[in-house]
Write a protein that binds this ligand. Structure first.
Ligand SMILES: *[C@@H]1O[C@H](CO)[C@@H](O)[C@H](O)[C@H]1NC(C)=O
Ligand SMILES: *[C@@H]1O[C@H](CO)[C@@H](O)[C@H](O)[C@H]1NC(C)=O
Ligand SMILES: *[C@@H]1O[C@H](CO)[C@@H](O)[C@H](O)[C@H]1NC(C)=O
Ligand SMILES: *[C@@H]1O[C@H](CO)[C@@H](O)[C@H](O)[C@H]1NC(C)=O
Length: 481
């Protein structure tokens, strides 16, 4: 594990002729959930490893979480969360919206785990061993898992045979929810795709847009904050040139391992960059613990520390300290933390290197980050050397229609304007039934979280609209029976 992880760091901090390649990850909470907030039964369903061939007959058990408490049978709806790149229990815990509305709809609640994550390992411990075993980690296979699971649930649960299914998902899970409705319209009557950057692909969205959004978030957090961060990269690199400078940096940031080389300093840069990216994603209005325990509006909190300092790097260190040590429990800060360190991250790294080729870049002009262009050639060659696979940057467009998706129907694309990933989202309605909902004060899929007294009006209204649309889908379904 550690060995592979060490190699993979080059993917996020890649140095090729001075070029860094960015591979921002969606927020994937550290799982599994320690104390589940909601009650459910854990079940397993046997799936073929390969849905699309008749010659490979291996199977595996897909985990799903199910709650039948609100379901009154006789065709009541099924709410299905299309699991993304992590342990499903964490997504279950952080998708309170489904739990909040399930009683009103008398819905059966199901959270389906994505293959190759959590406990749903097609080849057990060998799942990540080599490309041969990993090759079945694709969105298409995952969607087919969800479709078969639905068929199984409907066939086995009394009263569910005619139940309409509504899919929910956030982030990559939102992309899956949207694609599920496109590819399996007979399995699901509609989908809520929250913060789903379905257009963050080659040629559809400028690669730097999400970083411009982060920069605006920090500027709003405290004017001048973005300038401090902008200045910090060169200062960090300069100071990191000498052993004395690296020692000073290590103590200023209370690092767990001292910086020994300029490569370590580059790792640290990349760690800070992903820290700010993550912070922008979880800029929620109330204290939450999705990635790290944080206060409400954490960007504002971090920025006020940054701008209060007379020394740029000390301000940055104070900001990083708030992000990683809000609870006061961190003995030191670990710059390897954002590097690929767990199966969830490994899985996403593989997906990024196969079909999820989501271009990402910074230029230091339209954003507060160092110059890191997107270079398709570099990306492909790094993926080949890391995973022994050749990415297909245009495959997702071919497979899921790119921007030409008006033949689809009944999908809600919700996006928070504070969320970096809204850059690749569907921000305007494409038809009467492909509805875009924007949430002015929302970070990454805020609408999927449970309601909270500190919720801004914009998310309250978004959720009301979502409930109303889901109600209409259900009415249409029942009146067509
Ligand atoms: C620097 O070297 C020390 C001693 O070998 C090691 O313990 C530490 O992990 C190194 N730091 C980094 C960031 O790799
Ligand atoms: C984290 O906060 C606690 C409480 O303020 C403090 O004692 C500790 O030194 C901090 N950790 C680091 C790495 O500075
Ligand atoms: C991408 O990187 C390759 C190899 O380092 C280089 O030859 C090429 O010019 C770069 N392309 C762009 C568009 O920068
Ligand atoms: C999408 O449709 C537009 C207009 O019809 C067309 O120009 C474009 O090539 C299509 N793109 C794809 C990926 O099919």
């Amino acid at each position: 594990m550690f060995y592979v992880a060490a190699i993979l760091i080059c993917l996020s901090v890649a140095h090729t002729g001075g070029t860094h390649l960015l591979n921002p990850r969606f927020p994937r909470p550290k799982g599994p959930a320690l104390k589940p907030q909601y009650s459910y039964d854990t079940k397993y369903f046997t799936q073929p490893v390969d849905h699309f061939s008749f010659t490979r007959t291996d199977t595996f058990d897909q985990r799903y979480l199910i709650n039948m408490k609100y379901f009154e049978g006789t065709g009541g709806p099924i709410f299905l969360y299309t699991g993304n790149e992590g342990d499903i229990t964490m997504f279950c815990d952080n998708t309170g919206f489904m739990w909040d509305i399930a009683p009103k709809f008398k819905a059966l609640v199901v959270f389906a785990e994505h293959r190759y994550y959590g406990e749903s390992m097609p080849y057990g411990k060998d799942s990540y061993k080599d490309p041969e075993h990993l090759g079945y980690l694709t969105a298409e296979q995952a969607l087919a898992d969800f479709a078969r699971l639905i068929t199984h649930l409907k066939a086995s649960i009394p009263g569910a045979a005619d139940s309409p299914v509504v899919a929910f998902g956030g982030s990559y899970g939102g992309m899956l929810a949207a694609w599920f409705r496109m590819k399996y319209p007979s399995s699901v009557i509609g989908s809520l795709a929250a913060s789903a950057p379905v257009w963050q692909f080659e040629g559809l969205t400028p690669c730097g847009s999400s970083y411009s959004i982060i920069t605006e978030d920090f500027q709003k957090g405290s004017p001048g904050c973005e300038t401090y961060i902008h200045k910090s990269w060169d200062l960090l690199t300069q100071m990191g040139q000498t052993a004395a400078g690296r020692e000073k940096l290590s103590s200023m940031f209370s690092l767990c391992s001292p910086l020994n080389t300029t490569t370590d300093v580059a790792t640290m840069s990349s760690w800070l960059l992903s820290t700010w990216f993550n912070l922008a994603m979880v800029n929620y209005p109330y204290p939450a613990s999705f990635l790290e325990p944080l206060p409400g509006w954490p960007v504002k909190e971090v920025c006020s520390l940054i701008t209060a300092s007379s020394n740029v790097l000390e301000g940055i260190a104070a900001g990083a300290m708030l992000y990683y040590n809000y609870t006061g429990q961190a003995p030191c800060l670990n710059i390897e933390e954002s590097a690929v360190s767990s199966l969830g991250d490994l899985g996403w790294s593989f997906q990024f290197c196969s079909e999820m080729a989501m271009p990402s870049c910074t230029d230091g002009v339209h954003d507060m980050f160092p110059l890191q262009p997107w270079n398709l050639t570099t990306y492909i060659s790094q993926c080949k050397s890391t995973w022994k696979v050749t990415p297909r940057p245009y495959w997702i467009l071919q497979q899921f229609g790119g921007k030409n998706i008006t033949a689809a129907s009944n999908i809600i694309f919700s996006n928070g304007l504070l969320d970096p990933w809204s850059a690749g989202g569907v921000m305007e309605s494409l038809s009467d039934s492909l509805v875009a909902i924007t949430i002015a004060d929302g970070a990454h899929h805020l609408d999927l979280r449970s309601s909270n007294p500190a919720d801004p009006q914009s998310v309250i209204e978004a959720r009301e609209q979502e409930v109303q649309i889901i109600r209409e889908w259900l009415q249409d379904y029942y009146s067509s029976l």
